[in-house]
Design a protein around this ligand. Sequence first.
Ligand code: SF4
Length: 418
Amino acid sequence: MMAWGEEIDELRMPSTVRIVHRDFVPGAPGDFSAESLLAVQEMTALALGNQFADLVRDRSVLIKPNLVRPNPDFPTATTTDSRVLIAILRLCRDAGAREIGLGDKPGIGLSCRGAEKLLGLQDYLAETNAHFVYFDESEEVWEDNPQARVCDKVPIPSELRRWEILLDVPKMKLHMHVGVSLGIKNLFGLVPEHFRMKHHREDLQRFLVDYLYLVKPDLTLIDGLWALEGQAPICGTPVKDFNLLVASQDVVAADAVGAWLMGYDPAEIAMIRMAAAEGLGVADLSQINIDGAPLEPLRRFFHRPVLSSQDVYPGIDVMVRGACVGCLSSLRHALDRLNLAGKLKDDPQTILLGMRDQAQSPNLKNEQGNIWCYGNCSLDLFIKQFEGTEGAQWLKGCPPHFMDFYRAYCQALGLDPP
Ligand code: SF4
């Protein structure tokens, strides 16, 4: 471990990870008081280091946060802390970046302009002469990816390719589908929405590694001021006193350290393991140069998310046969979100996942209430046994988007739509 302040070629040592931690950080993600902004500004400047100015000076810089669905009135740990974004905007401006952009494409039907409005950083963008980037209004260019294992052509927004420096600024959180949502996963927000769901299955982690061959950040800064455990990445419970930032030029190393800090062995996370095995970065902690706060005292064992929906919510009977993580996580997201919104009722529902194998018939004699055949795998079953039955629905998709079930459930029960 190098001592803080020791002469190192910070930004050129790809396996250096810097940790900045404070016992106390004033304020909360939505608190833009001078005291709160100053504290986060100081931490961010330390995390990015002295050579950050050299990296961004006279260059166009794109900041890619995780915005899922920003809501400044309800600060949570699902999205990148706006105070960190303000700090980066100001550091880029002060360093003399030629152009500063900030953008993400949220994946739940929200447009970039909608995300910009909810984020509420217009004044800070104006102050730093930066602007929001609308990926969903950009042309798409299909790029070849010869190293890919699951997808040899990927649509890339042409807007992305005009920036010289990509700063990856994820939220530090767990993820029920892929284990952790950090720097590698955050890049998924650059994939056009119509293409994303096609890889939201078992192949998601492999797709994320493939994508790293095409889009690799110049610098990753993980926002762990508040982190997220439990039913993450969308529901979950904020860890409000994690109080740390993790920075590295090597996104794989940053993710390995981030995963470890949340209680994982990095080798448990397939995308980190595969990316390291293919030389896209370093995941072996013994080979990573940790700079700044020591790791050991900061580590916590976060409550891990539960993927299964079976016997979780009263009245919701879930039958699974042969379904993959795509439908399992989509359904659990939907139920957790309905529950969080106070919309999940006790009315009996039977939800069938997988069911592609018709040679063995599941016992469907005791199903109650509405019948939901969830995902393309269950289409044959739906056609054979339920089509035309009142209260029976097939949810299209491989997997269906969790918001499709959310909306259909609200409609079936006469609840206000989201
Ligand atoms: S439809 Fe089948 S293959 Fe597709 S995500 Fe669902 S379970 Fe997996």
